[in-house]
Ligand binder design. Structure first.
Ligand code: MN3
Length: 395
C-alpha cells in the first residue's frame, strides 16, 4: 500500500524538495493533491509528471489556464482560498504535508486534523499562532503531527523510544544567519539582498529573512513548546554556525542526545514521510575525516531583539504569539519591499505587541480577529519614521 500524500504549497522550496523525494520512491509514496498560490506554470508541470487526483490553485485568475493545460489528463482542478483549505478532507489522503508560509497555513491544518489526516508540518506558524488549539484537536482526533522543521525533526528523532516526562530541556541550534557577529552600525544599513544570502540553508524568502533576524528561532521556540509540551524555561537556543547538529535533548539524568547530518531539508521531509521507518537515500553524507570544527556561542539577544520578543510572547500566552506572528509577517513583507529597515522590524513587532487587544483564552475566531487587527495596526505603524528605510530605528 502506497502512502498517499497531499502537498500544500508544492511549488515552494519545501514542496519541490518533497516531490524530489516522491520521485525517487515511486513505489512507496504517491501524490494525491498538489496546491499552489499563484505559480501556475510549475503546478501544471508537476501535475503532468505526478498525475495527482486533484490540484488547487489559490489565485482564481489561473484556473482556466490550468484547466486548458491539463484537459487531457485525469486530474481534478479547483481554485480559490476555500478550495485550498478544504482539499485536505479528500478521503484518499493519508498524510498532509503543510508547506504553506505564514498564517494561511492554520486553517488547512485544522481542517486536515478534523478529517483525521496525519500532518507533516513545515508551516511553523500554525503552531506559533494556535498551538493550543491545534495540539488539543490533534490529540482528540488521534492524529500525528510530525515536524518537518529541521530542529524539531531532530528533537522528534531524539525522543524516539523516550518518555517525554524525562526531558529536562531541549536546545535548539541556530546557524546565526548571515549577520552573525555583526555590530549595530552594520545592521542599520543591511539590504534585503544581504539578508537573503543564508550561509547554510536554501529556503524560501520569508524563512530566510526570519533566519537573518533570529525571528525564525523565536518562532521555533514557540513551535517546540507546543510540539513537545514544554515550558518556556525548558527551551534554550544556542548558535552553532556549521548547522550539522540540528538540535539536542537533555534528559533528567544529564544525558544528552543530538541529531546530526548535513544541512539538507530533504532529510526531515523524508523522515516525516517514512516515519516510523527510515528509507535509504543517496543524499550527501557528513564526512568526519574532512571535518570542520563544531563551534557554539550564545545568540546576541541585544542586537537581535526578535528572539527576546518571541520568549516574551510565549510567556504572556493567549493571543500574544499570534500578534507577534502577524506583525512579523507584515514586517518581513515590508522589508522585502524596502519599506522598513532591518532594525525597524523588531520595533514594529514590539509596538503591535503593546497595542493589539490581548485575549487570554482565544478561540479560533479570536485568532482570525487578532490576525486582522495586528496586520492593520502594523500597516499603520509602517508609516512611522522609526520603521522607514534611511532613518535610524530606535534602540
Ligand atoms: Mn528550522
Amino acid at each position: 500500500m502506497k502512502k498517499n500524500i497531499a502537498i500544500l504549497g508544492s511549488t515552494g522550496s519545501i514542496g519541490t524538495q518533497s516531490l524530489d523525494i516522491i520521485r525517487q520512491n515511486p513505489d512507496i509514496f504517491s501524490v494525491e493533491v498538489l496546491t499552489a498560490q499563484s505559480n501556475a506554470d510549475l503546478l501544471i508541470l508537476q501535475a503532468i509528471e505526478f498525475l495527482p487526483n486533484a490540484v488547487v490553485i489559490g489565485n482564481e485568475e489561473f484556473y482556466s489556464k490550468i484547466k486548458e493545460a491539463l484537459h487531457s489528463f485525469p486530474v481534478k482542478i479547483f481554485a480559490g482560498q476555500d478550495s485550498l483549505s478544504q482539499i485536505v478532507e479528500m478521503e484518499e489522503i493519508d498524510l498532509v504535508l503543510n508547506a504553506l508560509v505564514g498564517y494561511s497555513g492554520l486553517k488547512p491544518t485544522l481542517n486536515a486534523i478534523h478529517a483525521g489526516k496525519h500532518i507533516a508540518l513545515a508551516n511553523k506558524e500554525t503552531l506559533v499562532v494556535a498551538g493550543d488549539l491545534v495540539m488539543t484537536l490533534a490529540e482528540q482526533s488521534h492524529v500525528m503531527i510530525i515536524p518537518v522543521d529541521s530542529e524539531h525533526s531532530a528533537i522528534f528523532q531524539c525522543l524516539a523510544g523516550e518518555n517525554k516526562k524525562n526531558i529536562e530541556k531541549v536546545i535548539l541550534t541556530a546557524s546565526g544567519g548571515p549577520f552573525r557577529g555583526k555590530k549595530q552600525e552594520h545592521l542599520e544599513k543591511v539590504t534585503k539582498e544581504a539578508a537573503l544570502l543564508h550561509p547554510n540553508w536554501k529556503m524560501g524568502n520569508k524563512v530566510t529573512i526570519d533566519s537573518a533576524s533570529l525571528m525564525n528561532k523565536g518562532l521555533e521556540v514557540i513551535e517546540a513548546k507546543w510540539l513537545f509540551d514544554l515550558s518556556p524555561s525548558q527551551i534554550e537556543v544556542i548558535v552553532h554556525p556549521q548547522s550539522v547538529i540540528h538540535s539536542i535533548v537533555q534528559f533528567v539524568d544529564g544525558s544528552m542526545k543530538a541529531q546530526m547530518g548535513p544541512p539538507d531539508m530533504r532529510g526531515p521531509i523524508l523522515y516525516a514521510f517514512s516515519f516510523p521507518d527510515r528509507l535509504m537515500t543517496d543524499f550527501p553524507r557528513f564526512d568526519f575525516t574532512n571535518c570542520p570544527q563544531f563551534t557554539f556561542e550564545p545568540p546576541d539577544r541585544d542586537l537581535f531583539r526578535n528572539l527576546g520578543l518571541a520568549y516574551e510572547a510565549l510567556n504572556k500566552g493567549g493571543n500574544m504569539p499570534c500578534i507577534l506572528n502577524a506583525a512579523n509577517e507584515i514586517a518581513v513583507q515590508a522589508f522585502l519591499e524596502d519599506r522598513i529597515t532591518f532594525l525597524g522590524m523588531p520595533h514594529l513587532i514590539e509596538k503591535c505587541m503593546h497595542s493589539v487587544t490581548f485575549i487570554q483564552k482565544p478561540t479560533y475566531e479570536d485568532y482570525e480577529q487578532t490576525n486582522m487587527e495586528t496586520r492593520a495596526k502594523a500597516l499603520e505603524y509602517l508609516l512611522l519614521p522609526a520603521c522607514r528605510p534611511g532613518r535610524d530605528a530606535e534602540p
